[in-house]
Design a protein around this ligand. Structure first.
Ligand code: P61
Length: 469
């Protein structure tokens, strides 16, 4: 062939494939002009969380609660049983979690952090350590509010955006063993394991790692709980990259992985393709009894946990859709398409490309900015100004402050996240995003940083305000 134009498949040396769905309903987008974006950003204190979504063109703030539901999920919403107690949709949800994740006892919650709150309150005694494969903002905060001390035991490669190790979400077992040897098994509340590590760039954990982790924790009588929020995407990486898993389905890999853990919490707003919802599920009846008792204090009765019956139905159906191999491949490959474009243009991103987002390496974008001038927040502001695309800071602002010293946590990773909602945007949107990132890259040397002028006490990144330097 002599043409220099190539389809996406041809660019990768294979036959093309497409999304396993067609679009039935659309939501028109609006793009405001540059002057209006300048004004909107100033009113938002240069914080993309404070923009009105009507002022956003392509919204890559998060993949949380932003997925498109299927016609089957919408139909399921109409079968909502809004009984206060014993809703049929709860039993459908329980059955889906048992079937696909494999845990016995299920507590619904309004979203992920509701579940994090419950497990932290029940399973952490004041002063105990909670080792985890990198922190997540809400997870660590709930652990700290329960009196726990978070300890990062992820492998070193996870903190290096240029390391191309395939399973950068893995726990470094030596780090964990040293912690157990130093502090004693009784001082460890549980190991907090996340399937695909959000803050590391959506990096997966291997089956080999969870198996070894299971052996180590069992030897010391320590519980292992999983943040299953993006575990389906983790299963895809195992299928593609880990020896022996190529011929297994995502569903089988998911269940095998969960089988190595004692329980899980979930923000169903991600993998499970719903706009709201979460759960906590465990195998131990005694623990379940405590959780079931606490849920009625903070969320709602144990058969609705802060959700409407229709929300639980959409979640039950979404779980089954989320583990379909063609769906997961399409979802992760769309993220990869955007990442490969940026990599080709030598724009610095976290490698390997993760499951739910592209993470721009703001340190390498703006080497002239100190971390205290908030390079990742600056880059999020610049992208919005260029094209109305909304991204999210995942650096020093997100990391917050240490409760013991009051100083900023200073993460090695200073990243701006372009998060791709599931089943929402097309390849053409990805092209527009890539070109906007390129424009910000080309303007990098002229870009100045920010100063923080308002800082809330908890999860400051949501509401902090900044001014341009
Ligand atoms: C996100 F800026 N994630 O990535 P909830 N575990 C994990 C998550 O990714 C997660 C939760 C638990 C969000 C929403 C969000 O700092 C932020 O249902 C791995 O959101 O309560 C949520 O689940 C919590 C954005 C959360 C943030 C915290 O965009």
């Amino acid at each position: 062939m002599t043409s220099h134009l190539q389809t996406m498949g041809q660019q990768s040396g294979r036959r093309s494939w497409a999304e396993p769905w067609k679009i039935k309903m659309v939501e028109p987008l609006r793009m405001i002009d540059r002057a209006a974006r300048e004004q909107a950003l100033a009113e938002a204190g240069c914080n993309t969380f404070l923009l009105r979504s009507d002022d956003v063109y392509i919204d890559l703030l998060t993949d949380s609660g932003t997925s498109a539901m299927s016609d089957r999920q919408w139909a399921g919403m109409m079968t909502g049983d809004e009984a206060y107690a014993g809703s049929r949709n709860y039993y459908n949800l329980e059955a889906a979690i048992r079937q696909y994740y494999g845990y016995r006892y299920v507590v619904p919650t309004h979203q992920g952090r509701g579940a994090e709150h419950l497990i932290s309150q029940v399973a952490i005694k004041r002063g105990q350590y909670v080792p985890g494969n990198m922190y997540f903002t809400t997870t660590r905060l709930h652990q700290e509010l329960a009196g726990g001390i978070f300890v990062d035991v992820i492998c070193d490669e996870a903190h290096d955006p240029q390391s191309t190790a395939p399973f950068k979400g893995n726990v470094d077992l030596d780090k964990l063993e040293r912690l157990i040897a130093r502090e004693g098994a009784a001082s460890i509340a549980y190991v907090s394991l996340a399937g695909t590590v959000n803050m590391a760039g959506g990096q997966p954990v291997s089956m080999e790692n969870v198996r070894a982790l299971r052996q180590l924790t069992a030897k010391h009588g320590i519980r292992l709980y999983l943040d299953a929020t993006r575990m389906v995407e983790n299963a895809f990486f195992i299928q593609q990259q880990e020896p022996g898993y190529r011929d297994k389905t995502i569903a089988a890999i998911l269940k095998e992985f969960c089988g190595h853990t004692d329980g899980a919490w979930m923000s169903a707003k991600k993998d499970s393709l719903v706009n709201i919802g979460g759960w906590l599920a465990v195998d131990d009846w005694n623990l379940f009894e405590e959780l079931r008792n606490l849920v009625v204090v903070y969320e709602g009765l144990h058969t609705y946990g802060g959700l409407a019956g229709r929300d639980m139905e959409a979640m039950a159906i979404g779980i089954a859709e989320s583990v379909q191999d063609d769906h997961v491949r399409c979802r992760v490959e769309q993220v990869r398409y955007l990442g490969e474009l940026l990599s080709e243009w030598e724009i610095p991103i976290v490698r390997p490309i993760g499951g739910h987002a592209i993470f721009l390496d703001a340190r390498r974008f703006y080497p002239h900015l100190a971390q205290d001038e908030f390079p990742a927040q600056t880059l999020a502001a610049e992208l919005y100004l260029d094209s109305g695309i909304r991204s999210m800071e995942r650096g020093i602002v997100s990391a917050g402050r240490s409760p013991s010293t009051g100083d900023h946590y200073r993460p090695k990773l200073e990243l701006t996240r372009l998060t791709i909602p599931r089943r929402v945007y097309t390849q053409a949107h990805m092209d527009v995003v890539a070109e906007s990132v390129l424009a910000a890259w080309q303007n990098r040397e002229r870009t100045r940083g920010l100063k923080m002028v308002y800082e809330p006490k908890y999860l400051r990144f949501f509401q902090a305000r900044f001014e341009r330097l």
